[in-house]
Design a protein around this ligand. Structure first.
Ligand code: HGY
Ligand code: MN
Ligand code: MN
Length: 405
């Protein structure tokens, strides 16, 4: 039994039109009109496939296919439809479309599973508009409260709850608190390993832990002309020293990662010494000790720079989740599926966070990676081969069949 590769590709390309950018990417930020349009299309496709659709209080969407044991805990598979501001056509969307294709293929082959199967779409996985990243799957898993998620505000001050209501997806279903028999997520690797090693399938055994901060550097606005260099309290200059330190700390060990992706400089005028600079720090590592090492290094460097440059530097943690290991049996179901289908495969640890990382805290979970061109993602040129996407979806079908039997 195989999925319908053409239908999977067509669904991906249809969804990619919603928020399409001139460079071939997708900008579909969470809880915007474009997100609503994508959600409406997804819900329509689920209903066409005979799935019962429900929406929970943070906008997570679940589309349920009946099983013989109608009330039993379902096997679930899904991902996210929101993208980065300069996102691609596959990050997240592939996992939602692959899960929908599994449901469609079970219908095509008139398969009645013992357990119900649900397709899931998690709100705000990317965390680029609202913190925390992976917030809605985190609420489902009890890592965050619903109030915390609904109260988050974007840079314009709009709350998650207001934006969710504005697009009509403030659902009535409770957030979490229900058992899942298993969870699988298909995703592009977003790194170069599979492509470089000639593997089609990544059997994902776990994911790096993450710790994010917002750093606020405060100095003094001053005139760029009359103010002598030695009297300045230049917030952007202080931030630049600390940003170099983030990069240095992350290079100390092989699997550590350190990124400054967001920076706001005030007053951001060409002839004013900046008085305030706010920037993000994203640390990742295979163990919490590595995250602790980088945090301690960051705080020590900040204290030194603050004293030398006569600045105030505040460091506020915004995201933390420990490294995760996926469920051995679910990982084996993925590995066995890839083996049975004859796809070259390798075990791999995810450098990216995914909703599966939170769901793994409440249900046996695993992920399936497929290659993306050049390992590039979070970039409008993100690309993947139809045959690899189909292979990953076939492995997902095998894993779902194994767990719903
Ligand atoms: O940041 C991540 O790892 C994911 O793309 N949200
Ligand atoms: Mn993703
Ligand atoms: Mn992403």
């Amino acid at each position: 039994m195989r999925i319908n590769a053409g239908r999977l590709w067509d669904s991906l390309m249809h969804m990619a039109k919603i928020g399409a950018t001139p460079k071939g990417g997708v900008k579909r930020l969470t809880l915007t009109e474009l997100d609503r349009e994508a959600r409406d299309l997804f819900v329509a496709w689920c209903k066409e496939a005979g799935l019962a659709v429900s929406v929970d209080g943070v906008g997570n969407i679940f589309a349920r296919r009946r099983g013989r044991e109608a009330g039993a805990a379902p096997v679930v598979s899904g991902s996210h439809l929101d993208t980065q501001p300069s996102g691609g056509r596959f990050d997240g969307c592939y996992g939602v479309m692959a899960a929908l294709e599994v449901a469609r293929s079970l219908n095509d082959h008139s398969i009645e599973t013992r357990l119900p199967f649900e397709v899931a779409m998690w709100t705000n996985e990317e965390g680029s508009r609202f913190l925390p990243v992976m917030g809605a799957s985190g609420a489902f898993a009890g890592v965050h409260t619903t109030q915390e998620i609904l109260g988050a505000r974007d840079l314009e001050g709009v709350s998650f709850g207001d934006a969710l209501r504005a697009i009509g997806y403030a659902g009535a279903a409770p957030v979490g608190g229900r058992a899942l028999a298993a969870y699988f997520e298909a995703h592009i690797e977003q790194g170069p390993l599979l492509e470089n090693t000639g593997n089609t399938i990544g059997v994902v055994t776990g994911a790096l832990g993450q710790r994010w901060f917002d750093v606020t550097v405060t100095g003094m606005d001053a005139h760029a002309g009359p103010t002598p260099m030695q009297l300045r309290r230049d917030a952007l200059l202080g931030a630049s020293f600390l940003i170099q330190e983030v990069n240095r700390l992350a290079k100390v060990t092989e699997h550590a990662r350190g990124t400054v992706g967001m920076l706001v400089n005030r007053p951001n005028s060409r002839n004013v010494v900046p008085g305030e600079t706010v920037f993000s720090v994203d640390f990742r590592d295979t163990d919490v000790g590595g995250l602790d090492r980088m945090e301690q290094g960051l705080r020590a460097a900040a204290a030194k720079i603050a004293a030398e440059q006569r600045l105030q530097i505040e460091i506020r943690q915004t995201v933390f989740f420990p490294p995760c290991r996926f469920d051995r049996d679910c990982v084996a179901a993925v590995r066995d599926g890839a083996g049975r289908l004859g796809h070259a495969h390798m075990d791999i640890v995810s450098g990216a966070g995914h909703d599966a990382v939170h769901i793994a805290g409440v249900a046996p979970s695993a992920m399936i990676f497929v290659p993306c061109e050049g390992g590039i993602s979070h970039n409008e040129i993100e690309n993947a081969k139809p045959e690899d996407l189909a292979a990953g979806c076939d492995v997902l079908l095998q894993a779902v069949l194994a767990k719903t039997a």
